[in-house]
Design a protein around this ligand. Sequence first.
Ligand SMILES: [Zn+2]
Length: 445
Amino acid sequence: MNTVDKQLSHTKTLLTNATLVLPDRIIQSDLAIESGIITEIKAKINPTGFSDSYNCEGKYILPGFIDIHNHGAVGFDFSFGQYDLKTDSFSIEETAVKDGIERALRFYAQKGVTKVLLTSMAAPLEKLEFTFAQLKSYIDQKQPLYQLIGGINLEGTFLKDPHYAGAQNPKFFYEADGAVIDRLQAASGDLLRIVNVPPEHGQKGLELIKDLHQRNIVIAGGHTAAYGDEFQAAVDAGLSLSVHFFNGPSRSSTKGFRMGGAEQIMLKSDKVSTEIICDGYHVGPAHVRDTIARKEASRVIMITDSMFANGVDGLESFSLFGLKGAVSKNREYLQMMGVQDTLFGSVLASVKGFNNVFKWLMTEMPGVWYRHHDAMSLEEALCMTSMMFSGNPARLLGMDQMKDGVPGTGRVEVGKSADLIVADVDVDLAENFVIDKVFVKGEVS
Ligand SMILES: [Zn+2]
């Protein structure tokens, strides 16, 4: 039994005088945690019998962030291994990868993340099998913070059209084929949770989508050349997520043919939730507000799309499988060198993204398609932002409910896993939302 498990079976933690952020309102309350689960939410809870107690006067408690699209951070890339600044290359050596995973998980937890889907780029299948197997053994051995790992998001493998590749390497695009999934599931011990299948694979693609749907894997569409009719057929077969909406890129067509492009269906279909990279560069704030207004907040999922370069001090440019990237002067985004207006993943941390969205919602602004967006109240903006960072991704992945004895997550609610953020909220400061503590399964991380 490792230390975390030992503590889990005994710890009873009480959080008092907090403001709890629920999906539709905020309330003043105490909150009790036992064995990693929220066991009581009540105005006043009797403090006897608790091993730990925190007075959260003036502080807010929210569900931890769930980042469903994240390639790595602090030098670690989930597809390529550990980056070395001196040689500008990656090591896929076992210890380097293990250390890399741990460093990245620690970084995420500090930024408020309590569940992350590690996301793969287009890469040789053997390489993916290797890193997926490393992740599996990391979990099997219950290494530090393994509980943060929510599974794998397979983004790049089935991309097809190089024009929509973004920063993915077309050399490693594969045909839509269930046999590829079998191989990766065997290597990872069934860790795949999301698979991107751009709908332009025709009949084979639709068959793969149905197959994935049967396996309870979320099917996403992005980096896609699909026309609207092709995308709609994929939605009818089970596709339910749009990969970093507005980015990728994906086909957009406002013409009166073929139901437009992929982006038009992503926006139109109520069956599709949309990811948004919320660094303010990938998608401008007015487009973010427009998307929330059109899709409704319940169908928007905020992601970081973080890359290994996130949190690497001193890094200015780098190479990734022959593509060149550079960190922007203000260190807030990554640019693909030599290709105009193409961003190279992000260096966004979840807490910064939360601050962005929270602020945009509280700001009155003109939209692009919508004439005007009102400034929301603090309470409304906080609840909505929290839903897009926690509740929505949990529901998409089916992690919101108890499954196989594992409690649900993504909400401050009795019976849910105590994956929580304690934060200060002050609209008068530059950063409106500052994390004080993060609990992963009831443990301060
Ligand atoms: Zn992408």
